[in-house]
Design a protein around this ligand. Structure first.
Ligand SMILES: [Zn+2]
Length: 92
C-alpha cells in the first residue's frame, strides 16, 4: 500500500469517526495500567490506517487508547497519522 493510499484511508477514518484525530487525554492520575499511549503496542491487531496486521514482534508500532476506542498503527502508519491529523479534513 502506498503512502497516498494510507493517507486516504486515514481521512476516511477521520470522516467516519473511526479514527480519532486527537491524542488521547491522559488520566488526571497516571495510574499503572491506564497508559493512553503504548509504544510497541497493537501486536496482532489490524492497523487502523493500512488495515494490515501488526506482527507479534513488530518494533515501533503504537497503540492509542481512548475511553471508547483504541487505534493501532505500524510505526510508519503512526507517523502518517501524526502528520495528517494536523491537516484540514479532506472531502470525499
Ligand atoms: Zn499500517
Amino acid at each position: 500500500m502506498t503512502d497516498a493510499e494510507i493517507v486516504q484511508r486515514l481521512h476516511e477514518g477521520f470522516r467516519s469517526g473511526a479514527i480519532p484525530r486527537s491524542m488521547p487525554i491522559r488520566p488526571a492520575r497516571d495510574l499503572q495500567g491506564l497508559e493512553t499511549v503504548v509504544v510497541n503496542g497493537g501486536h496482532g491487531q489490524l492497523c487502523s490506517a493500512c488495515g494490515e496486521r501488526i506482527g507479534l514482534f513488530e518494533q515501533g508500532s503504537i497503540e492509542y487508547r481512548y475511553p471508547a476506542v483504541a487505534t493501532w498503527f505500524h510505526q510508519h502508519c503512526g507517523e502518517l497519522w501524526l502528520a495528517e491529523r494536523e491537516k484540514p479534513l479532506r472531502r470525499a
